[in-house]
Design a protein around this ligand. Sequence first.
Ligand SMILES: C[S@@+](CC[C@H](N)C(=O)[O-])C[C@H]1O[C@@H](n2cnc3c(N)ncnc32)[C@H](O)[C@@H]1O
Length: 258
Amino acid sequence: MKPNIKPKVTLIGAGPGDPDLITIKGAKALANANVVLYDALINRELLNYAPNATHIFVGKRKGMHSFSQDEINELIVSSAFEFGNAVRLKGGDPFIFGRGSEEIDHIESFGIETEVISGISSAMAVPASVGIPLTRRGISESFWVITGTTSERKLSKDVYLAAQSTATVVILMGMSKLSEIVSIFKKFNKNEVPTAIIQNGTTKSEKIGLGTINTIEEVVTKKKLASPAIIVIGEVVKESAKLSSFYENIHSERFISK
Ligand SMILES: C[S@@+](CC[C@H](N)C(=O)[O-])C[C@H]1O[C@@H](n2cnc3c(N)ncnc32)[C@H](O)[C@@H]1O
């Protein structure tokens, strides 16, 4: 460790994509950073809040070296010892499917001070940005946020439980498991439940696919929807003022896309 350097790591949630959806506390902490280690899903405009810091990309980019979680952990620790005030900037909220707590455990095992600044998770912000309320009186009393891909690369078993409930179901990292998800919901007679898929939500490249459990796979193919995307399944999807006309028409005509 260099003399006069006091290592500290602040884990900041960058929000879902729109750079204005970082918290004020997060932006202030970035301004004090000496080094920022950032992920692929974060909006690069946020790095402007830390103009004097060293910026280190540790995400996955096509055709480039992808950092393993162990390599990222080591790099965070060595950066904190070298630069002092290190910021780890992660998409959405760092503690929602973000491995943020694993990083904190590793950093603290070196006796380094840590701080966590929560971010707005895509699980809530992306549906909200297209007007979908995850709860609504008389329609949905709760919501589940589930990963489509567990650490064993399998669909979470919780999808079976959620499909039997009346809750709104929000699935992250679920695009590669969409067929499985659809067949589970069909098994529980949820064929007509409104379903939305929002890719790159809150950003300029946002794409939306609308349908029901029965039609959503066709919509995905037609609109070429892909990750990163959020799948929202539930009656609340048609409560969106922005999307409701689609569901009004669906009764008179068979639409497969917005
Ligand atoms: C590793 S998880 C990280 C989630 C993040 N910690 C959060 O709270 O939003 C990545 C997944 O989040 C979802 N996601 C993140 N940002 C998104 C966005 N802007 N639009 C749609 N889905 C997004 C996608 O399902 C993506 O595959």
